[in-house]
Design a protein around this ligand. Structure first.
Ligand code: CP
Ligand code: NVA
Length: 310
């Protein structure tokens, strides 16, 4: 029985995460040099479950397995996870056929149930609590631009959502200072903040939670934002758009960093003119497509690590 899963960025230690990022960087370099698929996962299959839409995650999981010599089977809504049959039975069945499972679910509890009963590793590819694969890709991107993460500051402006949670936790684990600015009623989960603060204290960095975007971005080396309306929250669109309007990442906010090298980050999909101005998203400091590319490389590294094929 294999019981190693990746449901949260905290499932790996800082050391294991740095090892994974180094492997991802090597795999990326190798792919760029040779563009040749390997045979490392020949005959192996990944099942990718999606309760919600996806461009990047779906494509990068399929391409990752192709490049590693394996195969992906994509399972959409029609499997009726927890409706047609319990997540427990889905896990028991899949583990008889495939070597690894990735799942994008609404409730984090669904992922936990899958993992509890799965005899093969389960990867979280976004739940209401975290988006750990995204945060891994983001850290690889920052390493590429800065060399080292410790000593730098990341500011997240917008909704204290799944993406904010994974960035807070992973940033703190890897020695980044992280500041998050959200409207008061959309702050990140206090338990996540507590855990991030404890990690940051160990690594000599600090965590700031504020309602003021200008405080968050002061001296930031990167500004990150995400959609104001996450998948599943569509009914709240009008309310959220008005509450979040003062949190748009604009050229004026970028200028408040006092640093003319500050990077612009977004996990995508983005809404130009809402959470971020088109000028910044498409401007010279934007690294959004590096982040998207790096989803592929970190997921290859994660799959190999969980299958103990590194
Ligand atoms: N960033 C991200 O996870 O994109 P998708 O929703 O398109 O997979
Ligand atoms: N917070 C967003 C991320 C999309 C990749 C959502 O959950 O919809």
């Amino acid at each position: 029985m294999h019981h190693r899963h990746y449901l949260s960025v905290t499932d790996f230690s800082a050391e294991e995460t740095y090892t994974l990022l180094a492997l991802a960087a090597r795999l990326k370099h190798k792919w760029h040099k040779h563009q040749r698929p390997s045979k490392r996962l020949k005959g192996q299959t990944l099942a990718a479950i999606f309760e919600k839409p996806s461009l990047r995650t779906r494509t990068t999981l399929e391409v990752a397995m192709t490049q590693l010599g394996g195969h992906t089977v994509v399972l959409g809504d029609s499997i009726g996870l927890g409706v047609r049959e319990p997540a427990m039975d889905v896990a028991h069945n899949l583990a008889r056929w495939v070597q690894i499972i990735a799942a994008r679910t609404f409730a984090h509890a669904t992922l936990e149930e899958l993992a509890r009963y799965s005899a093969v590793p389960v990867i979280n590819t976004l739940s209401d609590r975290e988006h750990p694969c995204q945060a891994l890709a983001d850290m690889l991107t920052l390493q590429e631009h800065w060399g080292e993460l410790p000593g730098h500051k990341l500011a997240f402006v917008g909704d204290g959502n799944n993406v904010a949670h994974s960035l807070l936790l992973l940033g703190a684990m890897l020695g980044l200072s992280v500041a998050v600015a959200t409207p008061a009623e959309y702050a990140p989960d206090p338990l996540v903040v507590q855990r991030a603060e404890a990690c940051a204290a160990q690594h000599g960095s600090n965590i700031v939670i504020t309602t003021d975007p200008q405080i968050a971005v002061a001296e930031a080396d990167a500004i990150y934002t995400d959609v104001w309306v996450s998948m599943g929250q569509e009914a709240e669109t009008a309310t959220r758009q008005s509450i979040f309007a003062p949190y748009q990442v604009s050229q004026a906010l970028w200028a408040r960093t006092g640093n003319n090298q500050t990077l612009i980050m977004h996990d995508l999909p983005a809404h130009r003119g809402e959470e971020i101005s088109a000028e910044l998203l498409d401007g010279p400091h934007s690294v959004i497509y590096d982040q998207a590319e790096n989803r592929l490389h970190v997921q290859k590294a994660l799959i190999l690590t969980l299958l103990e094929r590194t």
